[in-house]
Structure formats: structure tokens, C-alpha cells
Design a protein around this ligand. Structure first.
Ligand SMILES: O=C1NC(=O)NC(C(=O)O)N1
Length: 309
């Protein structure tokens, strides 16, 4: 057994693995499953909005050999349900994910969280690509600064942000310049790669209904993008901002790679859907075997130590 404990904000997790927000975390039953999942160190809730949402029409999730595409549209039970849940949850630490259809909605939800007894970590999802007509806020650096300025006028509890993937080094510089101005506890990078399109050649049609079939990409195919975002943000963000690496994890080596690029914790989404919650045991075993092979005892022995040529 290795020492896989990880610190995020004021919380100690007994391992590095989380569920990606949105995956098996929307209902009481799903959340209870997560509480009973070995080697899942913490629970991230489905991004919650001011009011409950049914989300987009089906089909809205499609599995692929190399990953997934989804166009869920933020289906959730409304933030009060999740705020109540995280104040009850005792089995393992939680990250309460929130999203807004407008900045005003975000402020209203976060005000209630600020006034609540919840002392855990909150995560502001600024990157959902699947609400028709709504932008991925974090692609707009001015809007992102504005909403964070409004948040930190009153919010004093631990809070991080869920980011979309960026693809231009200048954009890494720009988002880091915004985030470094705020007392956020972490960034969670990446959300799905927005607005991909999967074509069913046999049927000559798209595979998801909303937005003409455009949806967020996940799974193995986005690993290099996820690793680049973890690495680039680790190189640019203040040391006191932790990183949750998300995207493309299917093996223990992928978990190792995320941590090598600088991730403090790693979340898993698509692979949970493909393999089930037993995936956390497998990823942990594979990570520990790799650490043994390489002579590492703790995650800090190799975190952020990716070598250049
Ligand atoms: O932030 C999100 N990312 C996704 O890939 N899908 C969900 C969603 O559509 O609800 N939200």
C-alpha cells in the first residue's frame, strides 16, 4: 500500500481519485453508490443550477471505442438538493459543483451556499458546452473576471472553477492571469472538449439530438488535450491554486501522467460509464504497481516532475 493521501484546500483525501462531475452523481441513489465506492477518495456532485432541469432530449450520450460524446444539457435536481446532500454526506469529502445559466443565477446559488452550514469545497462550472444558446463562460476572459469579482465580494468558503480545454498558449496565459487574481482553491481542468460531432456513417446521421448533434467529447481521445491543460496551468497558476486533472483517464498510467503534469487529484468520467465503479480499484492498483516499479512511495515524489527533452 502506498501513501496516496492528497490535500485540497482544507480537506485531506485518502487518495487522488474523484468522479468527474456529471458522472453517476445526479440522484440520491447514484451519490449513495459513490459513498460506497472503494478507492474513490471524494464525491463531486452533478453541476447544480438555480432550478431543477430535465436537460436535453435523448439521445444525449453516445459511447465510442475511443471515448464518448455527450449533450446532457445540465440535467439536475436543483441546487437545494445537492446543498442538502453535501451537508449530510459523512462517508467521504465532497465537492459541490454549481453552474448557472447567467451570472445572476450563479451569485444567487453561491449566496445560499455561503449562508449555509456547508464547510466543504465548492466548484463553479464555467465550462458546460451543452446548454443550447449558452456560451462556455470560461472562453470569455472578461466575463470570467467579472463573475469571479462578483463571487469574491461575499464568498469566503473554499471554491474552485471547472475550466474548458484551451488550445492556444496565449489562452493559457490569459485564463491564468484572470485566475491568479482570485483566492480560488483549485481549478478542475478539463471539462469535455466542446462541440465535437460524431457521424454514424451507416445511418448517415448524427448520434445525439440537441444542437444538431454537437456535443462534448470525453474519454481516451481527449487525454493529450487534458494533459496539456494540466501542465500549462500548473506552469502558470500560483502555487496555492491546486489542480484537479480531468479527461481521458482509462489506466493507472494515465493517472500517473496527470500527476506528473502537476495534478493534485485526478477525476474519471467516461471510463466509469464504460467499466462501472470498480474502475477506481483497478486504477489504484495500476497506479501503485507503477509507483513500485519506479521506486516512488508518495504522489509528491513525482507530482509535476514531467521532464522536457
Ligand atoms: O459541464 C458539462 N460538461 C459536459 O460535458 N456535459 C454536462 C452537461 O451537458 O450537463 N455539463
Amino acid at each position: 500500500k502506498k501513501n496516496l493521501t492528497t490535500q485540497l484546500a482544507n480537506v485531506t483525501f485518502d487518495g487522488p481519485l474523484l468522479n468527474a462531475s456529471g458522472i453517476h452523481c445526479q440522484t440520491s441513489a447514484e451519490l449513495a453508490d459513490l459513498a460506497n465506492t472503494s478507492n474513490l477518495a471524494g464525491i463531486v456532485t452533478k453541476s447544480a443550477t438555480l432550478f431543477p432541469r430535465k436537460g436535453n432530449e435523448n439521445p444525449r450520450y453516445h459511447d465510442l471505442p475511443y471515448g464518448s460524446i455527450n449533450s446532457m444539457g445540465l440535467p439536475n435536481l436543483g441546487y437545494p438538493f445537492y446543498l442538502d446532500y453535501v451537508q449530510q454526506e459523512k462517508a467521504k469529502p465532497t465537492i459541490l459543483s454549481v453552474a448557472g445559466l447567467s451570472a445572476d443565477d450563479v451569485i444567487e446559488v453561491l449566496s445560499d451556499i455561503q449562508d449555509s452550514k456547508y464547510q466543504g469545497i465548492t466548484e463553479l462550472n464555467l465550462s458546460c458546452p451543452n446548454v443550447p444558446g449558452k456560451p462556455q463562460t470560461a472562453y470569455d476572459f472578461v466575463a470570467t473576471r467579472k463573475v469571479l469579482e462578483r463571487v469574491f465580494e461575499f464568498f469566503t468558503k473554499p471554491i474552485g472553477v471547472k475550466l474548458p480545454p484551451y488550445f492556444d498558449l496565449v489562452h493559457f496565459d490569459q485564463i491564468a492571469a484572470v485566475l491568479n487574481d482570485f483566492p480560488i482553491t483549485h481549478v478542475n481542468t478539463v471539462n469535455s472538449v466542446g462541440n465535437g460531432l460524431v457521424v454514424d456513417v451507416a445511418k448517415e446521421q448524427v448520434v445525439t439530438k440537441a444542437k444538431g448533434g454537437f456535443g462534448g467529447l470525453g474519454g481516451a481521445m481527449i487525454l493529450p488535450t487534458a494533459l496539456a491543460n494540466v501542465r500549462a496551468l500548473r506552469q502558470r497558476l500560483n502555487d496555492n491554486i491546486a489542480i484537479i486533472g480531468t479527461g481521458g483517464v482509462t489506466t493507472g498510467a494515465d493517472v500517473f501522467a496527470h500527476i506528473l503534469c502537476g495534478a493534485d487529484m485526478v477525476s474519471v468520467g467516461t471510463q466509469v460509464i464504460k467499466e462501472g465503479l470498480g474502475v477506481y480499484d483497478r486504477l489504484t492498483q495500476e497506479l501503485e504497481a507503477l509507483m513500485t516499479e519506479k521506486g516512488y512511495e508518495r504522489l509528491a515524489d513525482f507530482r509535476g516532475q514531467l521532464r522536457e527533452l
